[in-house]
Structure formats: structure tokens, C-alpha cells
Write a protein that binds this ligand. Structure first.
Ligand SMILES: *[C@@H]1O[C@H](CO)[C@@H](O)[C@H](O)[C@H]1NC(C)=O
Ligand SMILES: *[C@@H]1O[C@H](CO)[C@@H](O)[C@H](O)[C@H]1NC(C)=O
Ligand SMILES: *[C@@H]1O[C@H](CO)[C@@H](O)[C@H](O)[C@H]1NC(C)=O
Ligand SMILES: *[C@@H]1O[C@H](CO)[C@@H](O)[C@H](O)[C@H]1NC(C)=O
Ligand SMILES: *[C@@H]1O[C@H](CO)[C@@H](O)[C@H](O)[C@H]1NC(C)=O
Ligand SMILES: *[C@@H]1O[C@H](CO)[C@@H](O)[C@H](O)[C@H]1NC(C)=O
Ligand SMILES: *[C@@H]1O[C@H](CO)[C@@H](O)[C@H](O)[C@H]1NC(C)=O
Ligand SMILES: *[C@@H]1O[C@H](CO)[C@@H](O)[C@H](O)[C@H]1NC(C)=O
Ligand SMILES: *[C@@H]1O[C@H](CO)[C@@H](O)[C@H](O)[C@H]1NC(C)=O
Length: 349
């Protein structure tokens, strides 16, 4: 058994680390300098928006993300928060987003033996920032520690964020910045292009939000190959696929029993995920793939009732092939406030 419950670990961590902030994070009060009456659209100064965003990133880093995770409902997030990371999918509500933005990564750090290609964030540098009213657009290069290799790798996060008048994040989303770069850097064999006529637009999506996600994955896999002394031409995907299936199934076997049962046995699970489920491309982390379940395995210990079915055969509405490129772009999801600076709300033709 590799994955341990963060909640179970907390009782072990609290006495040893004895850091009060782990139990209840507290922050300087954000004074209300808004003069608008709509709580969803405060008119904050750029400096305040910068401070709020910086505070979020600080708490996203390990080990501060443990405290956020233990709080269950992070006070950095609004109760009606609407989140989307387009490599994965939509996440609505404070508790789910606390697990997704903080708990998932804290669990990776706390369970270094669980097999995953994900890392946990340890530091960051803002590379772009603009804030007006209640809206921020930023990019940050975040350094991730990868337990699988013991090395770190940077990755760029591109986020649009809105804040409510309490200074809580009310929405976050990504944007497509360099549409065709991936396609030019990694031209695919014509045989693949022929079998996937829509490959060009979907390939572009790899560059959205988690920019260079596929490229980062490629680099991570290359590092694993190097550590294993394998030739660079060896295709590691089958090996990684099998190791991930085993790890996800161990999580299911440990945490998903009784009414949360997903698979008859470890063997049934490994057969299903190892042989009948595709590994998944970099933009399919919210689809019926092993890569999607790799993300959700880290949230299962937090709330088995909610997350078990996400790693199960049904995917529980999280790892399901129900999303399309156009549907994703056109969905009417962000209803709390527009991602337009105040005063520009009429920007619809
Ligand atoms: C308050 O909002 C109005 C527009 O509604 C604007 O003209 C004014 O400058 C704002 N004042 C402050 C202090 O933000
Ligand atoms: C902030 O101030 C505005 C305008 O005075 C008010 O309508 C709003 O309720 C205040 N928000 C909070 C969280 O105090
Ligand atoms: C932003 O944070 C800095 C450093 O903590 C502080 O000095 C400044 O007053 C803050 N500004 C606002 C507008 O919150
Ligand atoms: C978190 O918030 C939800 C409602 O948004 C509530 O049902 C739940 O009890 C809260 N959990 C804690 C530990 O505060
Ligand atoms: C972030 O961590 C990496 C790896 O430890 C280090 O090389 C880099 O200098 C750090 N960056 C910042 C901004 O602290
Ligand atoms: C990374 O991408 C390059 C270019 O497509 C490819 O040749 C290489 O095999 C990939 N490496 C891994 C480890 O996937
Ligand atoms: C890879 O090669 C190095 C140096 O020859 C050796 O120390 C290491 O144990 C090898 N690793 C594996 C996984 O075989
Ligand atoms: C059932 O799962 C829970 C966590 O969801 C775990 O605490 C418990 O030990 C499991 N029971 C058995 C018999 O495996
Ligand atoms: C927001 O505040 C700034 C300065 O504090 C002001 O210039 C601007 O008009 C305000 N915008 C709105 C929509 O209230």
C-alpha cells in the first residue's frame, strides 16, 4: 500500500511538525477598498490584486498547501468558486477546488512511493501579471519536484482569475497563448494525421493553460529513461501505463470498499486500467484515460465517497469521454462575473 490518507497523516504530522499554521492558516485582513456594490465585482487596486494572487501561489506551494488541504474549505477560495484547467476539466465549489488546487499536490509530496508522473510545486516566479478591478491575468513559472525521478522540472501556469469583494478567488481559467507552437515543434507522422483529421485543433489545446504540458511530460519520461539506463529510443509508455495502473488500483483497493467499491479485485482493476483503458494524451486528463485517474488517485484519500468513482470504470463524470473541443470552448460556465475588466461588460457582439 503506497497512498496514505492525508487526513490520517495529519494526526501524525501535527505533533511532529507542531506548526500551528498547519491547523489554521491565517492571513492579513484584506481591506475592502471597493466602491462597487456587486460583491462579485470589487474594484481593487492593481497592487491589491497582485498581493492576492501572490498569496494564492504561496499557499499553492508545498508545504503550505498541506494547511490549505487540511482546512477542507480553503478561505482563499469563494464558496461559489468555478475553476477550469483545460488539460483536465471543470471543478465547481470550494471543497472540490481545495482538494484540486492544494490537496492533490500535498498528497503527492506526502506519498513519495505512490507512482505518478505528477510533481508538487516548490517555488515560483511571476513572469506576467496584469490586474484591474476584480480580474487578473498572470503567468508564473512553477518549479515541480517529481518524486518519480527525484529531480525538479519547471512548468508555466497561465491563469485568468477573478476575485470577489472578500478577496477570495471566485473563478480561474486558462487561455491559449501560442496555438501552433507544439504542432511545429513536434510534427506528427502523416499516418497519425490521416487517422485523426481533427488533430490540429486538438493538438493546439496541449499548449493551453498548463503550457507545454505534453512537452514537460516528454521531458519527465526522458529523465526516467535516463535513470533506468534505457536508450532514448525505448518507448516507455507501456511500462508507465502498467505502473500507473498498479498504483491507481492499490488506491482503489485500499480506499474504495463497501458502497464505494469500484473493482472486484486488484487484478480486475489492473486488467481494466492496464489493458482496456488508454493512457491518454496531454489534453485528455479529464477524459476516460489512465492519465486522468492518475490525477484523481491523489484525491481519493481525501474523500473516498466523492472521488472513488473517478478512478473507477465509470470515471464518475470526471474521467469520461464527454468533452469535445468546440463544446469546451463554447460552454457557458463562468457565470459569477465576466473575465472582462470592470466597465467592459458589454463586450459581446
Ligand atoms: C468609484 O467608481 C466610480 C465609477 O463607478 C469611479 O468613477 C470612481 O473613480 C471610483 N472611485 C474609487 C475611489 O475607486
Ligand atoms: C465592500 O464595500 C462595498 C461598498 O461599500 C459593499 O457593498 C460591500 O458589501 C463590501 N464588501 C465586504 C466584503 O465588506
Ligand atoms: C501588498 O503587500 C505589501 C507587502 O506585504 C504591503 O506592503 C502592501 O501594503 C500591500 N498592498 C495592498 C494594496 O494590499
Ligand atoms: C465545506 O463546505 C461545505 C459546503 O460548501 C460544507 O458542506 C462542509 O461541511 C464544509 N466542510 C468543513 C470541514 O467546513
Ligand atoms: C526553485 O527551485 C529550483 C530547484 O530547486 C532552483 O533551481 C531555483 O533557483 C528556485 N527558484 C526560485 C525562484 O527560488
Ligand atoms: C519526445 O518527443 C520527441 C519528438 O516528438 C520524440 O522523438 C521523443 O521520442 C519523445 N520522448 C519521449 C520520452 O516521449
Ligand atoms: C545505471 O547506470 C549507473 C552507472 O553505470 C548505475 O550506477 C545505476 O545503478 C544504473 N541504474 C539502473 C536502474 O540500472
Ligand atoms: C475501507 O476504506 C476505508 C477508507 O475509505 C479504510 O479506512 C478502511 O480501512 C477500508 N476497509 C477495509 C476493510 O479495507
Ligand atoms: C476603479 O478604481 C479606479 C481607481 O481607484 C477608478 O479610476 C476606476 O474608475 C474605478 N472603476 C470602476 C468601474 O469603478
Amino acid at each position: 500500500m503506497n497512498i496514505k490518507s492525508l487526513l490520517a497523516l495529519s494526526s501524525f504530522l501535527l505533533p511532529t511538525l507542531a506548526v500551528p499554521q498547519y491547523a489554521s492558516p491565517s492571513y492579513p485582513t484584506i481591506s475592502n477598498d471597493s466602491n462597487t456594490t456587486n460583491p462579485q465585482t470589487p474594484n481593487f487596486s492593481s497592487q491589491r490584486l497582485w498581493n492576492l494572487t501572490n498569496r494564492f501561489l504561496q499557499n499553492h506551494m508545498y508545504p503550505l498547501n498541506i494547511a490549505q488541504s487540511l482546512s477542507i474549505n480553503s478561505s482563499l477560495l469563494s464558496e461559489d468558486i468555478l475553476g477550469r484547467v483545460d488539460a483536465t476539466r471543470d471543478y465547481a465549489g470550494r471543497e472540490l477546488n481545495t482538494e484540486y488546487l492544494f490537496g492533490l499536490f500535498a498528497n503527492i509530496a506526502l506519498n513519495p512511493d505512490a507512482f505518478t508522473l505528477l510533481g508538487y510545486p516548490i517555488n515560483y516566479t511571476f513572469t506576467r501579471f496584469l490586474g484591474q478591478g476584480n480580474v487578473v491575468s498572470f503567468a508564473a513559472v512553477v518549479e515541480y519536484k517529481l518524486p518519480v525521478t527525484g529531480t525538479t522540472i519547471p512548468q508555466e501556469l497561465d491563469f485568468w482569475v477573478t476575485y470577489n469583494d472578500k478577496g477570495e478567488i471566485s473563478q480561474y481559467d486558462g487561455c491559449v497563448l501560442i496555438p501552433f507552437l507544439h504542432y511545429f515543434l513536434f510534427p506528427l507522422p502523416p499516418s497519425l494525421l490521416l487517422s485523426f483529421p481533427t488533430l490540429v485543433p486538438t493538438t493546439n489545446r496541449k499548449e493551453s493553460n498548463f503550457r507545454y504540458l505534453q512537452w514537460q511530460l516528454n521531458s519527465t519520461i526522458a529523465t526516467i529513461a535516463k535513470l533506468q539506463n534505457l536508450s532514448t529510443t525505448t518507448d516507455l509508455t507501456p511500462l508507465l501505463h502498467a505502473k500507473l495502473a498498479t498504483s491507481i488500483c492499490e488506491t482503489a483497493t485500499t480506499f474504495c470498499n463497501g458502497t464505494n467499491l469500484q473493482y472486484e479485485s486488484q487484478a480486475t482493476c489492473e486488467d481494466y486500467l492496464g489493458k482496456q483503458t488508454r493512457f491518454g494524451e496531454g489534453w485528455e486528463w479529464g477524459m476516460d484515460t489512465v492519465a486522468c485517474r492518475m490525477i484523481h488517485q491523489n484525491m481519493v484519500p481525501l474523500r473516498p465517497d466523492v472521488h472513488c468513482e473517478h478512478i473507477g470504470p465509470s470515471g464518475g463524470g470526471m474521467c469520461v469521454d464527454d468533452r469535445t473541443y468546440v463544446g469546451n470552448l463554447e460552454e457557458d460556465y463562468f457565470v459569477n462575473t465576466p473575465f472582462l475588466a470592470p466597465g467592459l461588460e458589454g463586450g459581446v457582439m
